[in-house]
Design a protein around this ligand. Structure first.
Ligand code: 5GP
Ligand code: MN
Length: 312
C-alpha cells in the first residue's frame, strides 16, 4: 500500500526495535541512507540495526559508523518490530528477507518499484533515497548531526554523479546546501569516493579496450570477464567513460561476476533503460538501470544488444 512520508514517520515512531536494510551491491545512496537512518533512530532512543547481505566497496568504509553494518548469516534471525527497506524493492535484499517476520516499510525512489503487500513510500522525483531520508528527519524531529549529514550528502552526491545527472533538482541542491551548513565537508567525501585501487584502474583500462559500438554508434558497450572482475571490488564510474561518446544514446557495461552471472549496467541520454532492465528482470531509473543475466558473457551481450535494439 502506498503511504506518505508523514505516515511512514508515524509507523517508525511507533516501533522500538527496527531492522534497516538496503540493496545488495550497495552504492553510496544505499549505505548513506541506512547509516543516516540508523543514527537518527538511535538518537530517538530506538534500537536500530543495519543488515546488508553483501560486501561493501572499500571507498564507502570511511562513512561514520560504517563498522556497525552487519552481514547476516543464512539462517540468522533478528527480533524486530519493523523492517525498513531502503533504496530498493524487496527482490534485492538477499537473505535479509528471512531475518524477521516484522511488518515492512519500504522507502525508495526507483520508478520500477512495484511494491507488494506492505507499506511503500516511493518518491520517484527524489534524486536519491538520501533526499527522502533528509525530509524524513523533519517528520521524525530527529537531529541531523554532522555525521548524519555526511551520510546523507554521500547518497545525494553519488546518485546524481556529483550533481550532474538529470535527476538533480532544486530540492537536491537545497538539501545539499543545508547539509553543508550542518557540517558536511564536501571535499572530504569527494576524496574518499574517488579513490580507486590500482587493480580497478587496470580493470578500467581493460574494459575500455573491449569497447564495441552498435546501431550506427548509438549504443556503446564494454565488458569485463570474470578473471579481471575478481581482482577489484567496484566498477563504479566505468560506464560514464563511454556514456560521453557524442553519438551514444545508450551505454552498457556487462561484468561477469561469476561464471554465468553477468551484472548489467545501463545509462542513457533519452531511451528508457528502466523499461529494458525491467523486461530482463531488473529495474532502476529511466536513465540509469541494471539487471543480472544468468548466462555467459557472450550470450548476455547478445540478449542485451537485442533488447536495446528493440527499444531504440
Ligand atoms: P547501476 O548500474 O549503478 O548498478 O544501477 C543503476 C540503477 O539501476 C540503480 O538505481 C540501481 O539500483 C538500479 N538497478 C541496478 N540493477 C538492478 C537490478 O538488478 N534490479 C533492480 N530492480 N534495479 C537495479
Ligand atoms: Mn538510490
Amino acid at each position: 500500500m502506498m503511504i506518505t512520508l508523514k505516515e511512514a514517520a508515524t509507523k517508525i515512531l511507533a516501533a522500538n526495535k527496527i531492522l534497516i536494510t538496503a540493496h545488495v551491491q550497495p552504492d553510496g545512496d544505499a549505505i548513506g541512507s541506512t547509516l543516516a537512518l540508523m543514527q537518527m533512530l538511535r538518537s530517538l532512543g530506538k534500537e536500530a540495526e543495519i543488515f546488508i547481505d553483501d560486501s561493501v566497496r572499500k571507498n564507502l568504509h570511511a562513512l561514520p559508523h560504517f563498522e556497525k553494518i552487519r552481514r547476516p548469516k543464512a539462517e540468522e534471525k533478528f527480533a524486530a518490530d519493523l523492517m525498513i527497506v531502503l533504496d530498493t524493492s524487496l527482490d534485492r535484499i538477499g537473505v535479509v528477507k528471512n531475518l524477521t517476520d516484522a511488518p515492512i516499510l519500504n522507502i525508495d525512489h526507483h520508478v520500477t518499484n512495484k511494491g507488494g503487500d506492505f507499506d511503500l513510500c516511493v518518491e520517484t522525483e527524489a534524486a536519491a533515497t538520501c533526499e527522502i531520508i533528509f525530509k524524513l528527519a523533519r517528520e521524525l524531529e530527529a537531529d541531523i548531526t554532522p555525521e548524519v549529514a555526511t551520510c546523507l550528502y554521500t547518497g545525494l552526491a553519488t546518485d546524481t554523479g556529483f550533481f550532474q545527472f538529470s535527476n538533480t533538482r532544486a530540492q537536491t541542491l537545497a538539501a545539499a546546501a543545508e547539509l553543508i551548513t550542518l557540517g558536511v565537508s564536501p571535499n572530504f567525501i569527494s576524496e574518499q569516493l574517488e579513490k580507486k585501487s590500482l587493480a580497478e584502474v587496470r580493470g578500467l583500462s581493460a574494459a575500455l579496450n573491449s569497447l564495441k559500438m552498435f546501431y550506427d554508434d548509438k549504443v556503446a558497450g564494454i565488458t569485463i570477464d570474470h578473471a579481471t572482475a575478481k581482482t577489484f571490488d567496484s566498477t563504479e564510474g566505468f560506464i560514464d567513460e563511454i556514456r560521453v561518446i557524442e553519438t551514444v544514446d545508450v551505454a552498457f557495461l556487462i561484468t561477469e561476476k561469476a561464471p554465468k552471472i553477468c551484472r548489467v549496467s545501463m545509462r542513457s541520454k533519452g531511451v528508457n533503460v528502466a523499461q529494458i532492465a525491467d523486461k530482463l528482470g531488473g529495474g532502476g531509473h529511466v536513465r540509469a538501470a541494471g539487471c543480472t543475466l544468468k548466462t555467459s558473457l557472450d550470450e548476455a551481450e547478445k540478449i542485451l544488444v537485442a533488447a536495446i535494439g528493440e527499444a531504440l
